[in-house]
Design a protein around this ligand. Sequence first.
Ligand SMILES: [Zn+2]
Ligand SMILES: [Zn+2]
Length: 405
Amino acid sequence: MNQNARITDWMEGSRALQRDTIALRRAIHQEPELGLKTPKTLAKVKAALAGLPLRFRSGPSTSGLIAILEGAHPGRTVLLRGDMDALPMPEDTNVDFRSTISGAMHACGHDAHTAMLVSAAKLMCAQRDRLVGRVLFMFQPGEEGWHGARCMIEDGLLDDPAPDAAFAIHIAPNAPAGMLSSKAGPLLASADVIKIEVHGRGGHASMPHQALDPIPIACEIVTALQTLVTRHIDAFDPVVVTIAQIEAGSTNNVIPETARMVGTIRSVSEVARAKVHAGIIRVAENIARAHGAQASVEITTGFPVTVNDPRAVLLAERAITGLLGEQSWQTMQKPIMGAEDFSYVLQRVPGAMLMLGVCPDGQDWHTACPCHSNRMTLNESVLARGVAAHCAIAAHFLAEGLPAG
Ligand SMILES: [Zn+2]
Ligand SMILES: [Zn+2]
């Protein structure tokens, strides 16, 4: 089969499955589940995959599933990922399949990701006889802050068989419907939480020399952290440090014993991330020490930076422009400061995450309700493109491997 025949097949096949893709997406949307265990969603996925020539692997930490398709001929292994979990928030859309679970909504499009991946699995299973290599379909819960991808990796689910490359597609309401986009290098930021506590000595506000006031020390630390960012971090490797909450004291004439601060750290490289972590501890502890007080710093690490392999992005671009035409691909100019736990997969395996524009009909993509909005809706008509893109990328990789970098 030549390349063109295969390309036509993927789009035709995904259009033929469009009804199923939408029906599954809506069923998942109506019954959103949170966290690392999404049993009802998993049951829907398994029911949709029933009868296909797939082998399954799962682990104890999550309800995640790896569905393995062995091609007729041995070759490379490619992983395609779809996440399954929703967000703890109300849904305020007026679609007739809106969430029936109060306080839970698929506002990040993971319902669509799962449905697209199921349809991609169906299409690729239909091509099994011609397939050289193996496809792993990774159905992952716990993306929204639960480190679901890391848990599945720790359960050994990416070890045997181990993928040679990995791809994921995330929907984007704030991009033209049907447009696929990505960029080489960092695509999404890391997101860490800082907590700083300054310990002084309480006393009378009129006699500060008999106390050790933690408040001016805390203020000095806030200011110094901004100097840390501008003087120690490469301006072309950006970092954001925001102290978003300060808490100290109870009234006008009492010096409190402690001051507490909470904030966020965003970075787009692990080098800058490590540097700013060490810098925050150094600055906070030593400013407190200079004043005879003590500061304790706690940094809770969130997801790592999502870094796309340039070769994998080039492969995706070729696969997608071959499938849908040049006008369907856009190279992103800068990363997004949000975070993704597909980053854990990309730390182990070269690959790429792509964005699929899903701006609803009749809306301006600049102002459409974004992911995580209680009013986020998506354009289901373009899900067929996502399905075909998954298949085309996987087929491209199995046939040719990553292009030379
Ligand atoms: Zn999200
Ligand atoms: Zn998401």
